[in-house]
Design a protein around this ligand. Sequence first.
Ligand SMILES: *Cc1c(COP(=O)(O)O)cnc(C)c1O
Length: 469
Amino acid sequence: MRYLSTRGGASGRGFSDILLEGLASDGGLFLPELYPQVDAAMLGRWRGLSYAELAFELMSLYVDDLPAYELRAIVEKTYTAEVFGDARITPLRRLEPGVFVLGLSNGPTLAFKDVAMQFLGHAFEYELKRRGCALNVLGATSGDTGSAAEHALKGKRGIQVFMLSPLGRMSEFQQAQMFSLQDANIHNIAVEGVFDDCQDLVKGVCADRAFKERHSIGTVNSINWARLLAQIVYYFAGYFQATAASGEAVDFAVPTGNFGNICAGHIARQMGLPIRRLVLATNENDVLDEFFRTGTYRARSAAETQETSSPSMDISKASNFERFVFDALGRDARRTRELFAEVEARRVFSLTEPERARVAAFGFASGRSTGADRLATIRDVHRRFGEVIDPHTADALKVGREHAEAATPMIILETALPAKFNATVREAIGRDAPRPARFAGIESMPRRFTTLPPDLQRLKAFIAENGER
Ligand SMILES: *Cc1c(COP(=O)(O)O)cnc(C)c1O
């Protein structure tokens, strides 16, 4: 399998070439040249596989430049009951007639990002060893991404992690999850500023090409192809658990921020998995709901981006969205380049009528959920089923229910456990979310972090001193 860029400037790359890269050199995103097709016979064979076996079979279709036994070893190390707390890795449960919840959040940091990040950690370690090189991973986080990355990369050979977060602005729980790590290769940097300052610092380091090269700076953000690949697997795993026979169709409802999770669903559907509808749920930051309703994509400024109680969906523009646009426009790289140049210049593009018709053929539905909807949904689920769900999952359930049809199972993706967002849970139901035993007392564990001002030179000096060489 070869990979190309959505803007046409790169092609013919192998999986291991793009594994450690973010954006393609032309500013586009990598995609496979084609989507391998699965038919009913293949689905029938895959239905009985364990999660790790399924991951191996599916990923093998996209990875042909690692020895098969190495890929198998990586997925077997990644997808274990010890790490994900359940032999099914992503267990499905029934919530109400026709509505199911796919549990993606039983990994080390209680959010779905673990499913892909744990794979990335093992894949990075393998590839760096094979090449005989080292990597300094630099990132900015306001919550889930940073802790998932740290828990996936801690103790990995040849990797140092520098994770910037705004000092005192994460939830207590999220901060404790990161700062309690004692591994020598994890560097938590609390920046005296807001999240945008952290992001600007990362951009500043990456803009210095010479520094970036000399210190082998890499990232693990959501545009990485390997993360997307790992996420395709659970759409299949969820499908098999919700259906009795291959051929039956299902719907998925996905709480969406950067369009990474739902993009994996789009690819599963393009491969031939019988998905009728992909239901995209946003919170008040409804850039993507607006696009699917109107054909206009209007990225927001930082000032227009609201802070909500489903904070992992508070985005101003959706970094993975270009992949879908490229596919929807018949993989026209020239037009994709043109549209995203408009976003860069004026923050907005509008599709033509024929283009909107093409998008409509891809089976998306969308909707928006507000702070009040989240509280009402969490309360309703607790009252009727005695279960507690997190605010992001509540957004998906609210919008998913609006699009559910009796004959088709609706699978809601659970992207975090409620313990991570306890303040909102308390507001909704007046009591604490259940907390997995291994997190008891996490807030009072010793913390390891460095405080820095938002100063690019100070950050560079810190990386030069502590990084891999
Ligand atoms: C990251 C995240 C999302 C959004 O996922 P995207 O892939 O960015 O669309 C939703 N919910 C939770 C809990 C997350 O951590």
